[in-house]
Design a protein around this ligand. Structure first.
Ligand code: 25A
Ligand code: L14
Length: 342
């Protein structure tokens, strides 16, 4: 089997460390790994498979000996370095929002649209975390009974914002319990013991960027440009694991028991749904897991063709690092990587 030279850009970040863990666990055919970050982290040591690696500053030449570059270093870094990496012959799987809506760039959830990978021209985009877990759960239902409309409200963990936000929540929780004043740095307001309906910048239409990503990315991944989507994205004081209350309208009636049956056989999905024993997905136990968990599946009382459900996944794994590694695995399996750009 061919072996590939991997690079991790943003290796010191939250998603970067998850890339390392997921690669160790899934063990794709790796010839070498290069740990890349900004100059701030150059010289730092990271471990991969019990071996020590020194973090290097990302420079254009970094990509000369990389076949697959996993990026999670923010939109600006990705805008700058992805084309350079692609030109040098690497295939970029990018976790930022920089390239997702470019017509030339596949936006991929391997359970849904793996064939789109083949169209890549050196850059493949990993979707937004909230969108990934929603489409993993909804696409199997959409295939048998096309979805017309989705209303989704999210309850998003601070890990989605990065390391500094995790520190901010932990610090503020202690400050509040000690009766001290909190000063927000990462978020516009205190996040401890609070809920903030603002994720990403506000757009002219009143939605936030995160909410609008859920609209556009859902349609692109599912190849369903006509699905109507309305989202409200809320940051809550949870460390890891995004939760979503989702209301879906189908073309025809969909019974909750049929949905449960379909989802119990869907790839990457685990149904946790037994109200009698308070069984439903929760953010805390889902941290560190790979599945998208679905529960509270019930008829939407306001819509005869509607279902309501609760969807939870680890935003750093299925929402980011795991999905990106699965894209790389799919490319390798189908021989759609072009090592050295050939
Ligand atoms: O633009 P986007 O797409 O919205 O993404 C913005 C940020 O969201 C996170 C990720 O942060 C990203 O940077 N993110 C993106 N998608 C996500 C998803 N789906 C997601 N989070 C969850 N789910 P992060 O903290 O996880 O990772 C940041 C990493 O990016 C590296 N990096 C930054 N600039 C770079 C670069 N790498 C290469 N070239 C560049 N020019 C960054 O490395 C980190 O690995 P670092 O060396 O800059 O960071 C080392 C330490 O310093 C902290 N830090 C970073 N910037 C600052 C900082 N501390 C203070 N001030 C700063 N300005 C980092 O937290 C790290 O601990
Ligand atoms: O578009 O929870 O991938 O803050 C990932 C993290 C959007 C915001 C993306 C979060 C970002 C999200």
């Amino acid at each position: 089997m061919k072996e590939y030279r991997f690079g991790i850009v943003g290796a010191t970040g939250l998603v970067g460390s998850e890339f390392i863990k997921v690669l160790e666990q899934r063990n794709p055919p790796i010839k070498s790994v290069k740990m890349l970050a900004s100059y701030r982290s150059a010289g730092k040591k990271l471990f991969f498979n019990h071996q020590e690696y020194t973090v290097e500053e990302t420079i254009p030449e970094s990509f000369d000996d990389i076949d697959i570059a996993l990026f999670s270093a923010g939109g600006d870094t990705s805008k700058h370095f992805s084309p350079i990496a692609a030109k040098a012959g690497a295939v970029v799987v990018d976790n930022s929002s920089a390239w997702r809506m470019e017509p030339d760039v596949p936006l991929v959830v391997p359970e849904i649209n793996p064939d789109d990978i083949q169209k890549h021209k050196g850059i493949i985009a990993n979707p937004n975390c909230s969108t990934i877990q929603m489409v993993v759960a909804l696409y199997p239902l959409h295939k048998v009974n096309p979805i017309k409309r989705i209303i989704v409200d999210t309850y998003q963990a601070v890990a989605g914002t990065g390391i500094r936000a995790v520190e901010e929540l932990k610090t503020q929780v202690v400050q509040v319990l000690e009766g001290k004043e909190t000063i927000p740095h990462v978020y516009p307001h205190q996040i401890a013991f609070n809920a903030l309906p603002e994720i990403g910048v506000f757009l002219d239409n009143g939605y936030t960027k995160e909410e609008w990503k859920m609209v556009e990315e859902t349609r692109k991944i599912m190849h369903a440009p006509d699905i109507a989507v309305s989202a409200t994205c809320v940051r809550i004081p949870v460390l890891t694991g995004h939760s979503e209350a989702v209301h879906v309208e189908f073309t025809n009636v969909m019974l909750p028991e049929d949905a449960r049956q379909i989802l119990s056989q869907a790839p990457g999905v685990k149904v946790l749904d037994d109200p009698v024993i308070s069984l439903y997905p929760q953010a805390w136990p889902c941290a560190g897991t790979d599945e998208t968990f679905v529960g509270r599946i019930r008829q939407d009382a306001s819509n005869p063709k509607g279902l309501a459900m609760w969807i939870v996944a680890d935003n750093l794994r299925k929402g980011a690092a795991l999905n990106a590694v699965q894209i790389a695995e799919e490319m390798i399996k189908r021989d759609w990587v072009r090592p050295g750009g050939r």
